[in-house]
Design a protein around this ligand. Structure first.
Ligand code: ARG
Length: 595
C-alpha cells in the first residue's frame, strides 16, 4: 500500500503512481505519465492519457496490444494500491478517469491549516538561484506603462519563486548608460553657465534635475536642432566614457534623481528591486567582445562585430563599426556575469514582446559561445508581454497625447476606491476613519491595477479601464478583496479559534459542494506549477477567481454557522481564506479583512 503525502501537488502524486504503473506494465517503454485534471467533474477528478500514445508506440512490436483500451487496462492492473485514488474507470478509446479518495482530500485541506501552506509550494525549485531581470526603466526617460507591466509581472514571478524556496535575485537592469547622457550633461552645464552669467550661483542645483522629463525634452530638442550642441554632446559622451570626473558627477546626479522617482513608485507598489544598471557591466564589455572575436563566435561584417545566429534573419551586433558598445553588448556581458558570477540556474527577462528577437539573438549567441548548453545546465527565458491600450484601443496615452505618468495613474485608482469605500460606509451608517479608508483604498486601488494586468495572458494586449478594473462584480481585485473580507467575517462570527479546532477536528467532506471546494483548494500547487511552467501569472488569477466562485457555490448550499457540520465547515472556510491570501500575496495585493 502506497501512503501518499498530505501536502504538495495531488497531480504530481497521481503522476507518481502512474509512473510506477507504467514502469511495471511496460518496463522498456521509457514513457512519462501524462496526468491532467478532468475538465468535466462528472468523469472524474483527474485522468491519465498515456494509453493511446503508448499503443501507437508499441504497434508492430512483439506481443503488441490489440487496442488502446488493452494498454489502459494493463496500466490499471499495475497501479499500486494506494490511499489517494478511490476509483478508476475507462472512457473512450483509452482514457483512464480517476476519482480521488475523499479522506485524502480532507486530510490535505486539514494540513493546509495545521502545517501551513509552505508545504504546498511547487517542488523542485528550492535552493535554486533564479535571476529575474524586470522593471528596468531608463534613466531620464519616461517610465511608461510597459515598465509598469514588467514591474508587476516580474514581481509576481519573483514572489512565486520565493514561495518555492528559490534564491531569487531581483535585478533592475536600469538603462543608465548610453549616448543620451552626453546631451543631458551638456545641457545641464549650459544651464549652470547661464545661471552664473545672470549673476546666480556657480553650483549644481537640485532644480536642474528635478524634472527629468523636461530636462530630457529640452536637451533632445537642442540635440536635434543645434549642430554645435550635437557635436558637444557627442564629445561629452566620450568624456563620460573615459571616466572624466566632472562628467561622472553630472551623470551620477541624473541617476540619483531618476532613482528617487523609480523608488517612489516601487514603494507604493510594494516592490523591491536591486539596481544593477547597464553601467555596472561597462568594464566587462571589451573583454566579452574580444573573447567572442577570438573564439570566432563573432565576426566582422561591414565593420561591425556580429554574432550570426542560426535561424535568425539579423545578426546580434556586439560592437558597432565606430567601436561603440550598445544594448546587445551589455546584455551579453550581463548574461555572462549572471551565469558565471551569480551562478544562476534560471535567468528570466521580463520585457515587452517587441524585444523577443533581441533575446532570441542573445540566447542564441550565448549557445553558440558555449555559455549555455541546449539540454542540461542553466535555463534562460524571455517573458514577453503585450501592449497596454487606452479605451480607444490605441496605445495608452493621456488626452494631451503624452504617455501616462504612472504615479498619476495609481493616484486615480486609489482616489476612486476611497470614494466608493466612503460611500459604502456612509450608506451602512458606519463610522468613517480616514486612516482606514486610506489603507483600504491603497490596497484596492493598487491591487486593482496589478490584478487587471496580471489576469490577462501576458502576451495579449489589454485595455486599461478604471471602470473595468474597479468593478465590484466580476474578475477584479476589488471583487476578490470584498469576497475575502466576507469570508474572514464568517470565521470571525464563528468566534472559535479555528487553528485549535483544526488540530482537534478532522475535515469531513460529504456534500458535493464541500468536495468541489476542497478539490479546488488542493489544486493550489498545480496552479503554481502551471504558472511557473508557462511563466504566466494569469494562471494564479484564474485559480483565485475560480476559488471564489467555488466558495460562493458552496456557501449557497452549505450552511456553516449553526449547522451540524459547523466545525468541519469552518475549517473549509478558513482554508479558503488562507489560500486566497496566499494568492494575494503572490500577486502583490494586500488582503483586507474588513472593508
Ligand atoms: N531598459 C530596457 C527598456 O526600457 C529594458 C531592459 C530589459 N533588460 C535587459 N537585460 N535587456 O526597454
Amino acid at each position: 500500500m502506497v501512503h501518499t503525502k498530505d501536502h504538495g501537488s495531488v497531480r504530481a502524486e497521481v503522476a507518481d503512481l502512474f509512473r510506477s504503473a507504467l514502469n511495471t506494465a511496460y518496463p522498456n517503454a521509457g514513457i512519462e505519465p501524462v496526468v491532467a485534471a478532468c475538465n468535466n467533474a462528472k468523469n472524474g477528478d483527474y485522468q491519465c492519457n498515456n494509453a493511446m500514445a503508448l499503443f501507437g508506440k508499441l504497434k508492430g512490436t512483439e506481443n503488441a496490444p490489440k487496442a488502446p483500451r488493452d494498454v489502459a487496462n494493463a496500466i490499471l492492473a499495475a497501479l499500486p494500491a494506494n490511499d489517494l485514488i478511490s476509483e478508476t474507470s475507462l472512457a473512450g478509446p483509452g482514457f483512464i478517469n480517476i476519482r480521488l479518495n475523499k479522506d485524502a482530500l480532507a486530510r490535505r485541506v486539514g494540513s493546509m491549516l495545521t502545517d501551513g501552506l509552505a508545504k504546498f509550494a511547487p517542488e523542485g525549485h528550492a535552493g535554486k538561484k533564479v535571476v529575474i531581470d524586470f522593471s528596468s526603466p531608463n534613466v531620464a526617460k519616461e517610465m511608461h506603462v510597459g515598465h509598469l507591466r514588467s514591474t508587476i509581472i516580474g514581481d509576481t514571478l519573483c514572489r512565486v519563486f520565493e514561495y518555492c524556496g528559490s534564491d531569487v535575485l531581483r535585478l533592475n537592469h536600469v538603462g543608465d548608460w548610453g549616448t543620451q547622457f552626453g546631451m543631458l550633461i551638456e545641457h545641464m552645464a549650459d544651464t549652470r553657465k547661464a545661471r552664473v552669467a545672470a549673476g546666480g550661483e556657480d553650483a549644481d542645483k537640485d532644480e536642474d534635475v528635478a524634472d527629468l522629463q523636461e530636462l530630457y525634452r529640452a536637451a533632445k530638442k537642442r540635440f536635434d536642432e543645434e549642430e554645435e550642441f550635437k557635436t558637444r554632446a557627442r564629445e561629452a559622451v566620450t568624456r563620460l566614457q573615459s571616466g572624466d570626473a566632472t562628467s561622472l558627477a553630472s551623470w551620477q546626479r541624473i541617476c540619483a534623481a531618476s532613482r528617487r522617482e523609480f523608488e517612489a513608485l516601487y514603494t507604493r507598489l510594494g516592490v523591491t528591486l536591486q539596481e544593477r544598471g547597464e553601467s555596472f557591466y561597462n568594464p566587462m564589455l571589451k573583454g566579452i567582445v574580444d573573447g567572442l572575436k577570438e573564439t570566432g563566435v563573432a565576426t566582422i561584417d561591414d565593420g561591425a562585430t556580429c554574432v550570426f545566429v542560426e535561424g535568425q534573419s539579423v545578426p546580434l551586433i556586439v560592437q558597432k563599426s565606430d567601436g561603440g558598445f550598445g544594448y546587445a553588448s551589455t546584455d551579453m556581458a550581463a548574461l555572462h556575469h549572471r551565469l558565471n558570477e551569480e551562478k544562476a540556474d534560471w535567468i528570466i527577462y521580463v520585457t515587452d514582446v517587441g524585444q523577443s528577437q533581441h533575446f532570441e539573438l542573445v540566447f542564441g549567441a550565448a549557445k553558440k559561445a558555449g555559455w549555455l548548453k541546449e539540454a542540461a545546465g542553466p535555463k534562460v527565458s524571455h517573458v514577453g508581454f503585450g501592449l497596454v491600450l487606452g479605451e480607444d484601443g490605441k496605445r495608452f496615452r493621456t488626452r494631451s497625447g503624452d504617455l501616462v505618468r504612472l504615479v498619476e495613474l495609481l493616484d486615480e485608482a486609489k482616489s476612486r476606491c476611497a470614494a466608493t469605500i466612503r460611500e459604502r460606509r456612509q450608506e451602512a451608517g458606519e463610522e468613517i476613519v480616514e486612516a482606514e479608508v486610506e489603507e483600504a483604498a491603497c490596497a484596492m486601488g493598487y491591487g486593482a491595477v496589478k490584478y487587471a494586468d496580471l489576469k490577462n495572458h501576458r502576451t495579449t494586449n489589454y485595455k486599461f479601464s478604471f471602470d473595468d478594473m474597479l468593478n465590484l462584480k466580476g474578475n477584479t481585485a476589488v471583487y476578490l478583496l470584498y469576497a475575502h473580507a466576507r469570508i474572514a467575517g464568517i470565521v470571525r462570527k464563528g468566534g472559535k479559534d479555528v487553528y485549535a479546532l483544526a488540530a482537534s477536528t478532522p475535515v469531513t467532506l460529504e456534500h458535493p459542494k464541500e468536495l468541489e471546494l476542497a478539490l479546488h483548494l488542493t489544486k493550489l500547487p498545480e496552479a503554481l506549477e502551471d504558472a511557473i511552467e508557462e511563466l504566466a501569472p494569469n494562471r494564479i488569477t484564474d485559480y483565485l477567481y475560480d476559488l471564489s466562485e467555488k466558495f460562493n457555490s458552496f456557501y449557497v448550499d452549505c450552511k456553516v454557522l449553526g449547522s451540524e457540520q459547523e466545525a468541519s465547515r469552518l475549517l473549509l472556510v478558513e482554508a479558503t481564506a488562507v489560500v486566497m491570501r496566499k494568492c494575494f500575496e503572490l500577486l502583490g495585493i494586500k488582503p483586507l479583512y474588513r472593508i
